[in-house]
Design a protein around this ligand. Structure first.
Ligand code: ADE
Length: 231
């Protein structure tokens, strides 16, 4: 059972985590998701969570006190604290696989320019803290990044994917097709708008199918992600 806690000033943003694959994983007792409103840890009339940055500059910075009060309630010895930020390490499939083995993950969603850096600094002395970016672009806050990461992690929790689906052939799944992207895929009908399914796939020759798929994967990787081939 992997317990996710998400701290945010927009709890509604995380509603989709109850749907589909993740909703089923929750119903099946394989994971849980609890969303916490950071404003519950403010004590002023305006429920203030941000303030202007020391040293000047645009935007606002999230104050450390509400974060400290909230995280102190949630952390335990087994917690991994993930802070989504465009300044973090790049989120990858292997990182997701590692997180999928954990018991407890807290996501701290920053808004505005981010969270006072002493929050990460403090919790690093107590637990594992990871600052993680989902890509080289800037979102308005960490919530959407959490949706991405929870979905990527959840499907790697044993039992979440059924026997029909499997994570091993995915693009980036380690130990399957090296570090290749998945190639083309087809289903019925055999001809659609004059386009035929490649004959090899209906040949019944499994070795040839596997070799063809590998070639297609290499070609697609060369087209879309030459960096993965070291090119
Ligand atoms: N918050 C804002 N931009 C982000 C990104 N690219 N990844 C993770 N969290 C973010």
């Amino acid at each position: 059972m992997l317990k996710f806690d998400v701290v945010t000033v927009f709890p509604e943003y995380l509603e989709p985590l109850k749907l589909s694959l993740m909703g089923k994983a929750i119903d099946d007792g394989l994971m849980s998701v609890d969303v916490h409103d950071l404003r519950d840890k403010t004590h002023d009339k305006h429920k203030t969570v941000d303030d202007s940055p020391y040293g000047g500059g645009p935007g606002m910075v999230m104050k450390p006190e509400p974060w400290g009060d909230m995280l102190d309630d949630l952390v335990n010895d087994e917690t991994v604290l993930i802070i989504p930020t465009p300044s973090g390490k790049q989120f990858t499939h292997s990182m997701a696989a590692n997180f999928a083995t954990k018991k407890h993950i807290i996501f701290a969603c920053g808004r505005y320019e981010g969270i006072d850096s002493r929050v990460a600094q403090h919790y690093k002395t107590r637990i594992r803290v990871e600052e993680v970016s989902i890509g080289d672009y800037v979102l308005a806050g960490g919530e959407v990044a959490v949706l991405v990461m929870v979905e990527a992690i959840a499907r790697l929790i044993p039992g979440v994917l059924g026997n029909q689906e499997s994570a091993v052939d995915d693009s980036f799944a380690l130990g399957s097709m090296e570090n290749l992207l998945e190639g083309q895929i087809y289903t019925r009908p055999p001809v659609w708008r004059d386009l035929e399914v490649p004959a090899i796939l209906t040949s019944g020759d499994h070795a040839k199918v596997a070799a063809w798929r590998h070639e297609q994967a290499v070609e697609r990787t060369r087209q879309n992600r030459p960096d993965l081939l070291g090119e």
